[in-house]
Ligand binder design. Structure first.
Ligand code: BGC
Length: 824
């Protein structure tokens, strides 16, 4: 047997797959841009503009950290506009900004270089941590001088950009959540100089727009998020009206940060990074704003179009516990085609069990409608999905009384369309209580029962007998080995099984090779017929190395130079042993697509489109031998300062579940590859992410933070799930039997592999032994000390042998379900 195998291309040409995916990335990005304000400025009538702001040229196409990408090239806003035929009259400011930007990055590089100058290959992992601890604050640029003002230009565009990523939460400071004085000065100055000003927000999450309220001439505001490789072209499509905006917000944008319920306690805000108390309970996002009558700046589900739509209900049909609504949607504008998203919200009785005022239960997006064109959408939902969780009885139930359904095109712009009556309380599902609240605190409460509405329209009576009661059997998870896996298991010793439960090392040589893959299963058993499989981050695409060469003995070298984005470059004299030329061995070229950030994907509200993204990612995985894509990440946007919100979908668990299920459906429609759903669970803050305890009531945990996981597991059965870094109510999730075994396996029916997040266990973090004893199958990435710890855990009885057998069986089932194991 040769000592390695490579699937990726040997030459650098742009493949037809890459070209096709660029087009899809452009379509997704255009469909993800939310038009927040438009006084008739857009679409633009002429193509001469003055372009300013940090993201004009240095457009941020995705967030930082493992969710970053390395792609062939990305189109910034300036280039996108030029390509679309615009002339740009602010070149002087743009080049001054470029100098400023280069200088700031050089300063950061020098600072890092100084901090890590004594690191070597021996302690390279610690070096990565030091590098990660130097946060990246995106340069703002300087004040626009009179000579930098545009001449003879009616329209100015100002791009506000913010970067965020793993390990750090965003800051409530100028230049981050708040606008910087220089930005406010510049926007003011432009507003006095030009006829119309367009503000572009190039950020993975919201910012405070209050200072803009007092600035005249702001004709339009667009939230472009982080649009991926084609972001600049997509924006040009929207500005020119080639595409009509159809995206909707996936989060509530408050007037000010203090309007969010967790504003004063989130992350570093109260100085306590050990405990994060989820005081607001179920009142997350619009559930809070609606229930407590706080008016947001822009509500959840909001987004403007260049055209207008009307909608009317054609029919409503109750079939058992399922309701389906047919809705006609018409483009009533005269000029532009466009798409509309219709949203259905439910309001629960809230008499005995308090509940949020509304929650999203269904939505549908139209195809592109020409002026005067009508289409029919069908919105369905099952009443059982409107159940609430009663902490005191550990029961999912529906309270008797009247449920109201609201239909509209945002969470605020809705009308009641029917009532559903339930004559008695219905118990739906009995579970074991899993969370004892180590830190007891009082949860937010409305305090009064919900008032009844006067309503004389359609009423549906739901028969309580139509629901099926679910009771779970709890116990250790026992996967069934496939025939092939049974044969292999017979030949493996308990030591071998332990080796399987520990991932491969980050700098090992592998049999199946994908340069830059962030993790692999063990190479220890290759002699016994078990190949390694490879994993790649992350939600914005496949984050692997673009140009490398593999030498005869399987060593991986960079081709010609160390990529700028690679931390590696900081080690002194790295070049000597890490750079090769095409002659050094087998060149490997991997140009993967940088998709729009996940928050953008969610803003499309178009699961069919995102399923296509999943299909495209699946094809890319197959083309480079990646078996697991470490995505999607479905944590909830609990607070806008979370550093990783760009990688997550929404504040709403239903929308999150539907969109994540779509991308998984795409990827897993191919046999032999799979996804890693992450980060299970309550990883909603980045500061001190390894040790912070998310203290949350069982009700909020189940109704908000686990809901999307449940939906995705039960509809798509992802091949793997990643436990998170943090603790939940005092216990690390990777060591949490209740969450990993009772909830995930026994209740949700998860049938794949659970792996840790990277280096989530070890000294001062989750314990290796408890990972195995609790139902976390695979510890990532691996080294020998972990294997020793597990063997020791077996000896001392902390780990039952059956747990190791179960994990090893799941891992082997996974490995032998992949394409790269074919032939073994
Ligand atoms: C991140 C994960 C990622 C892993 C591997 C961790 O730091 O939290 O999301 O998949 O690294 O890169």
């Amino acid at each position: 047997m040769k000592n390695f195998r490579i699937f990726s291309p040997e030459t650098p040409e742009e493949s037809s797959l890459e070209k096709r995916n660029r087009q899809l990335a452009r379509d997704v990005a255009s469909e993800s841009i939310v038009l927040l304000k438009n006084d008739g400025v857009l679409p633009l009538k002429e193509k001469q503009v003055a372009l300013y702001g940090a993201g004009a040229r240095m457009t941020i196409r995705g967030g930082a950290g493992s969710g970053d990408m390395r792609e062939r090239y990305s189109v910034n806003i300036e280039d996108g506009l030029l390509e679309a035929g615009f002339s740009i009259t602010s070149q002087e400011w743009l080049s001054n900004f470029t100098n400023d930007y280069d200088q700031k990055f050089e300063e950061r590089r020098v600072l890092i270089e100084d901090k890590v100058k004594d690191y070597t290959m021996e302690n390279v992992l610690e070096m990565f941590e030091v590098i990660a601890s130097v946060p990246l604050k995106y340069p703002i640029g300087s004040k626009i001088t009179d000579s930098e003002l545009p001449k003879n230009t009616k329209t100015a565009i100002y791009v506000v950009s913010r970067q965020a990523g793993e390990g750090h939460d965003r800051r409530l400071e100028p230049g981050d959540f708040l606008l910087d004085d220089v930005e406010i000065y510049n926007i003011n100055k432009l507003s006095n100089h030009v006829e119309q000003l367009i503000i572009i927000i190039n950020c993975g999450s919201m910012i405070d727009l209050t200072p803009l309220d007092n600035i005249k001439n702001i004709g339009a505001i667009l939230f472009i998020g982080q649009g991926g490789t084609e972001g600049g072209n997509s924006l040009a499509d929207i500005l020119l009206g080639k595409t009509t905006p159809s995206a909707k917000l996936v989060d509530t944008w408050a007037h000010k940060y203090e309007d969010f319920p967790s504003h004063d306690t989130f992350s570093y805000m109260n100085g306590d990074l050990e405990n994060e108390n989820y005081y607001e309970g179920i009142y997350v996002g619009y559930r809070y704003f609606e229930s407590f009558n706080i008016t947001p700046r822009y509500e959840f589900g909001f987004g403007l179009s260049y055209t207008q739509f009307s909608h009317e209900i054609v029919s409503q049909k109750l079939n058992g516990t399922k309701l389906s609504l047919k809705v006609n949607v018409k483009n009533i504008g005269e000029t532009y085609s466009g798409k509309e998203t219709i949203q259905l919200y439910i309001s629960k009785p809230g008499k005995i069990f308090e509940s949020e005022k509304i929650s999203l239960v269904s939505f549908g997006k139209t195809k592109e409608l020409k002026p005067s064109e009508t289409t029919e959408l069908t919105l369905t939902f099952d009443m059982k999905d409107a159940a609430l969780f009663d902490d005191s009885s550990s029961m999912w139930l529906l309270e008797k009384g009247i449920y109201e359904l609201y239909l509209g095109n945002s969470s605020k712009n809705t009308k009641i369309v029917s009532q559903l009556r339930l004559a008695r309380n219905v118990e739906l599902e009995k579970v074991e209580n899993t969370q004892s609240m180590e830190h007891s605190f009082k949860e937010l409460s409305i305090g009064t029962p919900k008032e009844s509405t006067d309503y004389s329209g359609t009423i549906h009576d739901i028969n309580p007998e139509d629901f099926t009661f679910i009771k779970h059997q709890y116990g250790p998870y026992q996967p069934k080995p496939t025939a092939k896996v049974s044969e292999i298991l017979d030949k493996l010793s308990i030591e071998d099984l332990v080796k399987l439960c520990v991932g491969g090392g980050q700098f090992e040589k592998y049999y199946n090779v994908t340069p830059g893959s962030v993790g692999s299963t063990t190479m220890d058993l290759i002699g016994k017929g078990v190949p390694n499989i490879n994993m790649s981050d992350g939600p914005a695409g496949l984050n692997v190395l673009t140009e490398t060469v593999i030498t005869e003995d399987g060593t991986q070298l960079y081709l010609n130079k160390i990529p700028d984005s690679n931390n590696w470059g900081f080690i002194k004299d790295t070049a000597e042993y890490s750079i090769g030329t095409p002659d050094s061995g087998r060149p490997v070229y991997q140009f993967m697509t940088a998709w729009p950030a996940v928050v953008n994907q969610a803003q499309t509200w178009n699961p069919d489109l995102i399923e296509k993204v999943g299909l495209a990612i699946g094809e890319e995985m197959l083309s480079i031998g990646i078996s697991l894509w470490l995505a999607p990440a479905i944590n909830i946007h609990r607070n806008p300062l979370c550093g990783r919100n760009f990688e997550y979908y929404s504040e709403d668990p239903y929308l999150t579940g539907v969109m994540a299920a779509a991308v998984i459906r795409g990827v897993q429609s191919f046999d032999g590859i799979g996804v890693t759903l992450k980060h299970y669970c309550c990883n909603n803050q980045e500061d001190n992410r390894n040790n912070v305890s998310s203290n949350v009531s069982e009700r909020a945990l189940r109704e908000i933070y686990l809901k999307a996981f449940r939906h995705v597991v039960q509809t798509e059965q992802p091949k793997t799930i990643m436990s998170s870094y943090n603790k939940v109510n005092g216990t690390h999730t990777a060591n949490n039997y209740d969450l990993l075994t009772k909830v995930l396996r026994n209740e949700f029916g998860f049938d794949g592999v659970v792996m840790t997040d990277w280096h989530a266990s070890g000294e001062g973090k989750a314990s290796y032994e408890l990972c195995q004893a609790s139902g976390n199958d695979l510890i990532m990435p691996g080294f020998d000390a972990i294997k020793d710890a597990l063997l020791n855990g077996l000896k001392t009885g902390i780990i039952p042998e059956s747990a190791i057998k179960s994990s090893a069986t799941s891992i082997l089932n996974l490995i032998f379900s992949t394409v790269v194991s074919e032939g073994f």
